[in-house]
Design a protein around this ligand. Structure first.
Ligand SMILES: *Cc1c(COP(=O)(O)O)cnc(C)c1O
Length: 401
């Protein structure tokens, strides 16, 4: 008899994107010929930068020759040329010192955010901000861990802060945030770091959108905050930074001195246990993709990949400006590709979804799909074309003015 891991039965069905697809299908059938503008896209749309494509081709070419062919990568941690490139980026662009050895190359942030739960015992109480990227809740549910929530809401600018009276062991933070676009300041992150240290907790910091930060005073890594090396893991990805959603490459940073405890109080290296886990279950990222990833961090690569980011951020600016003109409450848009707005006229997330679809053929994402605190809120993304963004915002202005 085979028995299922019953934790999987505790997963909440997420019908959000299925329900959206159903509504769109019904709308299209009833209104043939009406063009929909998709402002709910959670995926990048601009092509890879030319230097990145060249590097990937060169890597692929090398694989086809006896002298330069590569099989399994020895360490499984990522090629040194890429780990060095990421470390250089941390030093020169982000402003944090990270040893190349502490940088572990992955096939993206989703896998590492989800898999890292493996190395933490079932006794951990996991704190997740609400609303959140669904992976954090789902992967901890799959491993049967207790989850508690920290409320991100209008009152705190959708940037949940720690409560000293609440105990927890693992904390998920995402800044710039998906779905709310809010970004923690250094002072706020310092509060989280101090809180984590006081509880002996570990912060898992998702920095997938760090490259969208425009305001130089905002932290792009938790490792720019004093004390973070004692309590944090950072997970990042080239998906949004360089259009790698279909190419797959990310990196996780685990300080060598970070420890977690055994039940009898012994300190164990988190880095060592994670590498041991990866050594058994992961065989690295393909060589041509690592070549492409390294090209992102060259001066030319930085210039070229920023063109796409600038393109999205111009969309975000147009969207923020519209929200301001209309007097809508919103977060995001300034240092993130997401706009998180309060549905006007007291509408629920789904009422507003239907309203935009039926009246102006604009499609967004109902906020309640990201957690209870998303009720009455709505996510728009900057990943569309500029023409569509301008058109959608003009329609929105006509509709709500
Ligand atoms: C898109 C995204 C990621 C990146 O996932 P990949 O697996 O690297 O494509 C990670 N975290 C958040 C919050 C995201 O929105």
């Amino acid at each position: 008899m085979a028995y299922i891991n019953e934790n999987f039965l505790n997963l909440k069905e997420n019908y959000l994107f299925i329900d959206i697809a159903k509504k769109l299908k019904a709308y299209r059938e009833a209104n043939p010929g009406k063009e929909l503008i998709r402002m709910g896209i959670g995926d990048v749309t601009r092509p890879l930068a030319p230097v990145v494509v060249e590097a990937m081709k060169k890597g692929a070419e090398e694989m086809g020759h006896q002298e330069t062919f590569r099989g399994y990568e020895d360490s499984g941690k990522g090629y040194e040329f890429l780990r060095e490139a990421v470390a250089g980026y941390y030093k020169n662009v982000i402003g944090a010192e990270v040893d190349p050895d502490e940088i572990l190359i992955s096939d993206g942030a989703k896998s590492d955010c989800g898999n890292i739960v493996d190395i933490f015992g079932s006794a951990n109480k996991v704190l997740i901000t609400d609303p959140a990227y669904p992976v954090y809740v789902d992967s901890n549910t799959m491993s049967g861990k207790e989850i508690i929530y920290a409320s991100s809401n209008e009152g705190n600018g959708f940037a949940a802060m720690p409560d000293k009276d609440v105990d927890c062991d693992i904390i998920y933070l995402c800044s710039p945030n998906n779905p709310t676009g809010s970004v923690y300041t250094s002072a706020q992150l310092k509060e989280w770091v101090d809180y984590a240290i006081s509880k002996g907790a570990i912060i898992i910091f998702d920095s997938a959108y760090e490259a969208f930060i425009r305001d130089k005073s905002l932290p792009r890594s938790i490792f720019t905050v004093e004390g973070a090396r004692k309590c944090a893991i950072e997970i990042c990805s080239l998906s949004k930074t360089a259009g790698f959603t279909g190419t797959r490459c990310g990196y996780t940073v685990i300080p060598k001195e970070l420890t977690a405890k055994t039940a009898d109080g012994k300190e164990v290296s988190v880095y060592k246990i994670w590498c041991r886990r990866q050594g058994s279950k992961f065989n690295g990222v393909s060589y041509p993709v690592q070549c492409a990833a390294a090209a992102v961090f060259t001066p030319e690569g930085q210039v070229q990949t920023h063109e796409a980011i600038d393109y999205y951020m111009e969309n975000a600016r147009i969207m923020s400006e519209t929200c301001e003109e209309l007097g809508l409450s919103y977060t995001g848009g300034k240092n993130s590709p997401y706009i998180w707005l309060k549905c006007p006229k007291g509408m629920s997330s789904w009422e507003f979804f239907d309203y935009l679809l039926n009246e102006i053929q604009v499609v967004g994402t109902p906020g309640e799909g990201f957690g209870p605190n998303g009720k009455g809120w709505f996510r728009l993304t900057a990943f569309g074309t500029k023409d569509n963004t301008v058109e959608a915002m003009n329609r929105l202005k006509k509709l709500l003015k």
